[in-house]
Design a protein. Structure first.
Length: 683
């Protein structure tokens, strides 16, 4: 279906119009002469086939009665046609003028289906409004007429889209094809044009064009992939920098990326070797950047001390030491931390500032890509305190007590000096203004005292424990007064914490006194054995106060604890041992008062009961020792001290086995004597 409109030449158009007029007159005469022949289409069809087709589109007319017209309508139509014929004949010049105008305008054809399926009516419309009707008797005649019209009227053939079923289809004027048909036609035309264009190209040109298209697609894909990869990469590093692994201030982007890679290899995809490589690479890059930064432009010298004391470089080294501590390499970790705390106490000659100004920008867009900070801070002696404490822990685990003592002594002196300076500046006691510093100082005194106990330096240890106990008692009294006066709940919790701390220090004093009394004589446990037991490294998870007690889990064998004869003790030694046990029992009683309120109290009670059990076991009081071990198990369970639970359970099992073996040995001599008496002696 579609509209057909064209612009034929004037000569062919005139012939067609003339044949159409003749056909219309013939049709009118045939209808007037034989109105009673409604069933004679075949005769008219055979007559029409004999006419010349090159004179126009001619077809015999159908009976108007077959078209369903009433007699009155037929009469009116005849009169109208007769009047039109007379007017055309009388017009003369007007008709010639009208025909000339029609020659300049294209014809339009419409196919209208008739009620019968075997005929079609072809109506040729002129732009002036006059219609010329021809009736086709069969599909064959219509096709011949359409072919003739197409040969004469090429524009009509070009724009006419007639469906295959010509008997039931109509060609309409100004009909727009469906959108899909238009798109398909447009695509086909474009493909045809491109094909025709490609046909004009040489094979070499086509190859070049194809290669250019491939290169273009590859470049687009590669650029998109790289952009997506860079977005994911930068987003991951930004997330790690903000939330997981903040980098030191003033480092470059390359150093920051190395630190992020080390964190991934430590936390997500565990690979210690690769993590160590990342950390050492970050350390090397930072040192090179600092050499450029701290370089003196005038003398062309480098201040190596300032480089090593730079805060960023120190933080990276601290992270490397923590990494070694996590993987169990205490020697490497202790070496790095010892170097750092010794470096912090060194002062730069001729320098009064603890920072160095940098020329690189530190804010804005530049800082996002690793710009250095304006001020490069240097570490101070106060910054070296945590490094010294960690180094001391590592040296104590390794049994290097001299190095641990050096680190702890320097730490204690530094903190004392800092607190004294703060007291002089504020005229207020540091203990009343900064309880955290006081707690840290008490902890250092206790740790150093435990170190002296392991070295069998009981006098030094006792003096440190007593000093720490006095500080703890003073803090507990102040906090308890505030809690009783209706202060916040945090004051009550802090008072309970200081109460447990006092119980722990009391127990440490009793343990130190007992060790001194035992080591002063040759009876009981020898001093060498005490030193060996005290030198055994402790698990850091066995109690919340690290290295505060010297014998938390002694496991003396039954052969060593069982003496063949009763040990002879001097009255002075007995008095010292009783005094020591009195301190221990007092500590256990204090810890039981706050049991369930603070974990330190439960751990202290369990540790004290276990020590009393060991003392009773050495004295041969197995029943009392077993009771102390079992009670220690209860308090360790309350504190969730799983390491202590294992130690106390081993003591129970060992003592139970020893008791059963002793009972068996007591029965064996009697049976052997009976067998010997019953055996007859030889004559």
């Amino acid at each position: 279906m579609g509209a057909c409109c064209g612009k034929p030449d004037r000569k062919s158009k005139g012939n067609v119009l003339g044949s159409i007029n003749k056909t219309s007159n013939t049709t009118t005469n045939a209808q007037s002469k034989s109105p009673q022949a409604p069933h004679a289409p075949h005769a008219s069809q055979s007559t029409q086939r004999g006419q010349r087709l090159d004179e126009g589109v001619v077809a015999p007319s159908l009976s108007r009665t077959q078209q369903g017209l009433s007699p009155s309508a037929l009469a009116a139509e005849k009169r109208a046609k007769a009047a039109e014929t007379r007017g055309l004949q009388a017009g003369g010049g007007k008709l010639a003028k009208k025909l000339a105008e029609e020659k300049k305008k294209p014809l339009q054809a419409i196919v209208e289906p008739t009620p019968e399926l075997t005929t079609n009516v072809v109506v040729l419309h002129s732009p002036s409004g006059s219609n010329h009707i021809s009736v086709m008797a069969s599909a064959r005649t219509f096709k011949e007429a359409a072919a003739l019209a197409g040969s004469r009227l090429s524009p009509i053939r070009h724009y006419a889209h007639v469906a295959p079923g010509l008997r039931s289809k109509r060609v309409l004027l100004h009909h727009t094809p469906p959108a899909r048909s238009f798109v398909q036609q447009h695509v086909s035309r474009r493909a045809y044009s491109s094909a025709s264009t490609d046909q004009t190209l040489t094979p070499m040109t086509r190859t070049i064009i194809g290669a250019a298209r491939v290169v273009k697609n590859v470049l687009i894909f590669s650029t998109s992939s790289l952009a997506l990869g860079y977005f994911v990469w930068s987003g991951t590093h930004a997330y790690l920098e903000e939330y997981k692994c903040p980098s030191p201030k003033g480092v470059s982007a390359q150093v920051r990326n190395c630190l992020h890679g080390a964190w991934v290899r430590e936390e997500i995809s565990s690979d210690p070797d690769v993590a160590e490589i990342y950390l050492r690479k970050a350390l090397e890059l930072t040192r090179k950047e600092l050499e450029v930064l701290y370089k003196d432009k005038e003398s062309n010298d480098i201040s190596f001390l300032e480089i090593e004391k730079d805060q960023a470089l120190v933080e990276i080294q601290n992270r490397l030491a923590r990494f070694y501590g996590r993987i169990g390499n205490d020697e490497q970790a202790a070496t790095i931390w010892t170097r750092l705390w010794k470096l912090s106490e060194r002062s730069i000659p001729g320098s009064t500032s603890s920072s160095r100004t940098s020329d690189s920008g530190s804010s804005g867009f530049f800082s996002l890509f690793g710009g250095g900070s304006q001020e490069r801070p240097l570490i101070t002696p106060e910054d070296g305190v945590p490094f010294a404490k960690r180094a001391a822990d590592c040296w104590m685990r390794m049994g290097e007590y001299d190095l641990a003592e050096e680190a702890l002594t320097w730490t204690l002196s530094t903190m004392t000096h800092t607190n004294a300076a703060a007291t002089a500046a504020s005229d207020v006691a540091v203990s009343s203004t900064s309880p955290s510093n006081s707690m840290e100082e008490v902890g250092l005194l206790s740790t150093l005292g435990a170190l002296y106990v392991r070295q069998a330096k009981f006098e030094y240890a006792l003096s440190l424990f007593v000093k720490a106990l006095q500080m703890a008692q003073g803090h507990r009294a102040k906090v308890t007064d505030n809690a009783d006066a209706g202060q916040l709940a945090s004051d009550k919790l802090e008072a309970a914490m200081w109460h447990c701390r006092e119980a722990i220090l009391t127990y440490s004093i009793g343990e130190t006194l007992f060790g001194a009394a035992t080591a002063s004589t040759s009876t009981g446990v020898p001093a060498a054995q005490v030193s060996v037991d005290q030198n055994k490294p402790k698990s850091p998870a066995s109690s919340s106060w690290k290295f505060w007690s010297s014998s938390s889990s002694k496991t003396a064998p039954a052969a060593e604890t069982k003496q063949s004869s009763k040990p002879t003790k001097s009255p002075e030694q007995v008095k010292k041992e009783e005094e020591a046990m009195g301190w221990m029992q007092k500590a256990i009683a204090m810890a039981k008062e706050k049991s369930g309120q603070h974990r330190d109290c439960d751990e202290c009670a369990a540790l004290g009961l276990n020590t009393l059990g060991l003392i009773y076991e050495m004295e041969g009081k197995s029943g009392l020792a077993l009771e102390q071990f079992r009670e220690a198990m209860l308090f360790a369970t309350k504190a969730n001290d799983y390491v202590g639970i294992d130690d106390y359970q081993r003591n129970i099992n060992r003592l139970t086995e020893t008791t059963s073996m002793e009972s068996e040995l007591a029965v064996t001599p009697l049976s052997s004597s009976l067998s010997s008496t019953s055996t007859p002696t030889p004559a």
